[in-house]
Design a binder for this molecule. Structure first.
Ligand code: BGC
Length: 719
């Protein structure tokens, strides 16, 4: 008999339910015997906690070891607890927010970052991370866009697969690795009006084409856990949505890993008005395949009765418990219940020079040079540099989900520049605040005086890091407070200014773009953000990030995304011109301010000779698409070569452009390289009205360049 079967044969019902719940650590480290606080609110007894077998968002090697020891001492079956946490963009050494990291278009970099985070987190007692988050997004109002890879499923899947590889390695029992959990299944990023937790209504075609592929890619890449999302999808919250949970996840995709609810999502079935009471909530979630209930207590209270009534069966219960036990086996917890947790090792790893190096590179490669009218790079012999603005000396640039990262460990832009030039050549002024009610303009004059005195100015602007992330949605995407006014006056005083912007989402930079000759978007870059900004500004590194999410000209354009379907009255010119009775606005251009795929470099690249290996592509066929790219500038640089397609005539309306594949290459000055893409017919498929995934005969166009701005085009015929 294998271990799991044997354990199941020995477990009481109470012990089985204990495997299917997850609570915060404060329930386990109570100092008194009284049942108070969250435990009382959840109606949990000490006996319930004694069998509860997983812990949410808690780490610290010493205490994890202590909790595990106490648990194993009291558990007659010696089933270890599992510790899970949101290690999203670093553990203690923090790398850029996922939306920033995606702009590197560099899966290897994402893998390197994940390997580093896994080492730190596992040494401190974490065994499972709730990452990757692969929600597809189009609306910058939603605060959680910062956790995503943006508006392109191919990029999202590529980055997520790399993260899974980095966190899990070959074997998640390795004490330096973690298990991953793909989330939030499904469609969470489609929240209506960009408001978190709001309903999501999507056609099956939208869902299958844009939203589902990345979750599927993660399952195929071996993510052993999946978290359903909070939102209702087409009327039913995910955790109770049989189409998502049974038909697609289990029947179509054969997912046999652990499903864990989001925080209190089963309890929230009552607020949704889907369950009349907690018992019905438990039944709905359980019968739809939710194995672990996070932070509500319907399973403890109602599974016994549901079993008695025959609403669920012992077979189903055993299958759910077996999935959890198997996860613990895969993690090697029965052999090493601490999974390598080691306080001394953790301390050595945190912020060590190698880890700082990884996140510095990641921060630099994630930054996107949005605009540069011959301002950057600044010469290293610049005599005096004024670092101005609310983010000049701000440590809070690590981003919302920065786990155990600390602001005080983070280098500011001013420090980064000082590290490079020496403190005596750097002047700083705050100018103004960055909260939306920061209307005080009294500091602007001092900033202007400083700008006049300095040879060059680095103007550090943005939104605070807690304006994005879970629950932090905005209806106004402009730079908060009086930052635009500060920018106007500082730039008027010194034209040698670069605006360095921090944000957790694409902000509306129309006002800034109108005055700033150069804009470098840093996202929230993490621990080494200030040093990375300095590296880029002074040309020690050449910017290479490209946007994975469109920057709107105004919040009124949201949702806005490059791969939008065509209309009967398209507005399709790069220059804005209101035509009347076209799909456009009378008061704003249709295209974004900066599109998907946009990002400048200090060098230039020339594309030529786009060619295809055949003029025809059959069903299940393959074709090679080649293009030559040359570095025509005088600096080494990296370019993200982007191949797009368009299906101009089909039985359903197709996107005006769609990324097929991408490749990031490095070129020395004068060097050229052939880039070859292997395109299969499957990669060009779409979902038709009959819910079939297919291509249709007819023209297919390939384009290279950047969304809304193609350099070369080639057509083939799908026969
Ligand atoms: C979030 C999840 C997260 C969970 C546990 C929830 O509020 O939606 O993304 O993994 O909390 O922290």
């Amino acid at each position: 008999m294998d271990r799991v079967t044997q354990l199941l044969s020995q477990m009481t019902l109470h012990q089985k339910i204990g495997q299917l719940v997850q609570y915060n650590a404060n329930l386990f480290i109570r100092t008194s015997a009284d049942i108070t606080g969250p435990q009382a609110q959840l109606g949990l007894s000490n006996e319930d906690l004694a069998v509860s077998s997983s812990v949410l968002n808690f780490s610290c090697a010493k205490e994890v070891i202590a909790i595990q020891d106490a648990h194993l001492r009291d558990d007659p079956l010696k089933i270890p607890m599992v510790f899970m946490m949101d290690v999203i963009h670093g553990y203690r050494t923090i790398y850029p927010i996922p939306l920033g990291l995606a702009c590197s278009f560099d899966p290897q970099l994402a893998e390197d970052c994940s390997v580093m985070a896994a080492k730190e987190a596992s040494a401190d007692g974490v065994q499972v991370t709730f990452t990757p988050m692969v929600d597809y997004v189009r609306d910058a109002r939603w605060g959680r866009v910062m956790e995503t890879a943006g508006e392109e499923p191919i990029v999202t899947s590529a980055m997520a697969k790399a993260q899974i590889k980095g966190f899990q390695g070959e074997n998640m029992a390795d004490p330096e690795r973690l298990a991953t959990c793909v989330k939030h299944y499904a469609g969470y990023g489609g929240a209506e009006a960009g408001r978190d937790y709001n309903l999501v209504e999507l056609s099956m075609r939208e869902l299958r084409e844009y939203y589902l592929p990345a979750y599927k890619a993660c399952i195929d890449a071996g993510a052993p856990l999946l978290m359903p999302s909070f939102n209702s999808l087409n009327g039913v919250p995910s955790v109770a949505n049989s189409l998502l949970m049974k038909q697609i996840l289990k029947d179509e995709w054969n997912f046999d890993g652990v499903v864990i609810s989001d925080y209190n999502a089963i309890g929230e079935l009552l607020s949704h008005g889907i369950a009349a009471d907690a018992k019905e909530a438990a039944k709905l979630a359980f019968e739809n395949g939710c194995d672990i209930e996070m932070c509500s207590s319907t399973y403890f209270h109602h599974i016994p009765q549901l079993l008695e009534e025959g609403a669920i069966t012992m077979e189903q219960l055993d299958a759910a418990v077996a999935r959890v036990l198997r996860l613990k086996e895969k993690l090697g917890l029965f052999e090493d219940p601490y999974h390598g947790a080691d306080p001394e090792k953790a301390e050595k790893l945190f912020l060590c020079p190698e880890h700082r190096q990884v996140v510095r590179r990641a921060a630099a490669e994630s930054a996107v040079l949005l605009k540069n009218e011959q301002v950057l790079p600044f010469p290293k012999d610049t005599k005096t540099v004024a670092v101005i603005g609310p983010f000049a000396t701000e440590h809070g640039i690590k981003g919302f989900w920065s786990c155990q990262g600390r602001d005080e460990d983070t280098t500011t832009v001013a420090q980064g520049v000082e590290n490079l030039l020496g403190a005596d050549r750097v002047l700083t002024a705050r100018g103004c605040g960055c909260l939306w009610d920061d209307t005080d303009i009294s500091g602007i004059q001092e900033a202007v005086e400083l700008a006049k005195k300095a040879d060059r100015v680095i103007l550090c602007l943005g939104e605070p890091q807690n304006y994005s992330g879970e629950g932090n949605c905005r209806t106004d995407l402009k730079l908060p407070g009086v930052q635009e006014l500060l920018a106007q006056q500082v730039i008027a005083a010194n034209a040698n200014t670069v605006a360095v912007v921090f944000g957790g989402r694409p902000l509306d930079l129309s006002g800034l773009d109108a005055v700033a000759p150069a804009i470098l978007y840093m996202w929230f870059p993490g621990t080494e953000g200030g040093n990375a900004a300095a590296d880029l500004i002074f040309g020690l590194r050449n910017p290479c990030g490209k946007l994975t999410m469109s920057f709107p000209r105004s919040v009124g354009q949201c949702p806005i995304y490059y791969n939008h379907p065509n209309t009967g009255r398209p507005h399709w010119t790069a220059e804005y011109k209101h035509r009347g009775y076209a799909s456009d606005y009378i008061d704003c251009a249709t295209l974004p301010l900066y599109s998907f795929g946009h990002g400048l470099s200090y060098t230039t690249f020339e594309y030529s000779d786009l060619s295809v290996s055949s003029q025809e592509l059959a069903e299940n066929g393959t074709i090679q698409v080649r293009v030559q790219v040359k570095n025509t500038g005088d600096r080494a640089g990296k370019e993200v070569v982007q191949l797009y397609s368009r299906d101009p005539v089909a039985s359903v309306v197709r996107p005006v452009q769609q990324l097929v594949d991408f490749r990031k290459i490095s070129l020395e000055p004068g060097e050229s390289q052939w880039v070859e893409f292997t395109v299969t017919e499957q990669m060009l498929r779409f979902w038709n009205m009959q819910d079939q995934h297919m291509t249709e005969p007819g023209e297919i166009r390939f384009m290279v360049g950047y969304a809304d701005h193609f350099l070369l085009t080639q057509s083939i015929n799908r026969i």
